[in-house]
Design a protein around this ligand. Sequence first.
Ligand code: ATP
Ligand code: 5RP
Length: 347
Amino acid sequence: MNESIGGYLAGRVDLREQLQHAERPIMLAVAGDSGSGKTTYTHGIRRLIGNDMVTSIALDGYHLEDRAQRRISGRLPLDPSANNLELMHQHLSALRRGEAVEIPIYNHSTGCFDSPQIVRPAPVVVVEGLHALYDQNLPLFDFTLFVDSDRDVKWRWKFERDVYFRGHNPSELENEIQRRDDAYKQWIDFQKTSADVVIKIHDSHLSALAHQHFDGSLPENCYHMEIIVSPTDLPLPALNLPVNLNGLTQLDAQPFMLASVPSSYWGRKVNVIHVDGIMPSEAMQRLEDEIMELTGISAEVERRSLIEASQNSTMRFTQSLVAWPFLGRIWSLLAESHPDGNEEFDI
Ligand SMILES: Nc1ncnc2c1ncn2[C@@H]1O[C@H](COP(=O)(O)OP(=O)(O)OP(=O)(O)O)[C@@H](O)[C@H]1O
Ligand SMILES: O=C(CO)[C@H](O)[C@H](O)COP(=O)(O)O
């Protein structure tokens, strides 16, 4: 497989074209707590492959109770027995076979279930949910992610979003958030041990690295992110990140850190990529251009990049770091079946 991916990429095959002719969809699963950033951190995948190539499924539709029923029963949605995991598995299996499925929909604005919706799988299916990486589902996925935000960060995001956009009562939410801590440890957290990539998000560490006094200024939404990836020997193409070294010594130098640390994580060898501060936006743009060049979807992507220009460059960088090993997995699946990249592939 490793030799063939080089030949495959050398053939400069249009990734989108190949995915459209695939026998079955590529299945990506993202697990993590509510408000941890699952949708946010898979955004790079949508951006770099094209939204039209991706179907997203939220597993919240498989809750057995709506918000009002949960208020009475006292059950939390994190409890696996409060979800129809069997139906979820059947539906995910059908999607993997490329079949359309009528999936249940939970509406967070109303706290009620909407009518089920027919979902036809696009070439890439992104499955997001609390229990996405439960054992029975793992064989269905080609790539798995777990988003592991620090408690304080996660609850800050969740509280703000749930109160302003999901109509939650602040004091009820405060109560629920306390109760969710133990449930998270019991039923959700362990899924990180089987994920291909784990994203950890903490408040920025940069000021702690300063001598005597931190003199920089960090924007409000500045985080220290760790991307934990299993090292690969896939001969993926070089990706260059041009950083202007001169910029590091200028008066207006912005605080930024990038580090790669080989480590162990739950008995596995991993590389931990640390990102913190403000990534220079030209460097980010050049990196995205390189990825776009490789995936051959530039026109499509450029249009969307404009729409997303408001996102900060460090966030986009992290999204690309998450998307890159996923693209590597797709390339290796394609190469495995058709090293010359010319025929319909059968994965
Ligand atoms: N890096 C970030 N900076 C600022 N806000 C963020 C960041 N990541 C996520 N958020 C905010 O946190 C909230 C939750 O993020 P997101 O929707 O990605 O989480 P989720 O895990 O998909 O949530 P759920 O499963 O509950 O729908 C959003 O309002 C989002 O804007
Ligand atoms: O853990 C969750 C997954 O997102 C939500 O709390 C669950 O889906 C219920 O939603 P809501 O709190 O909006 O009623």
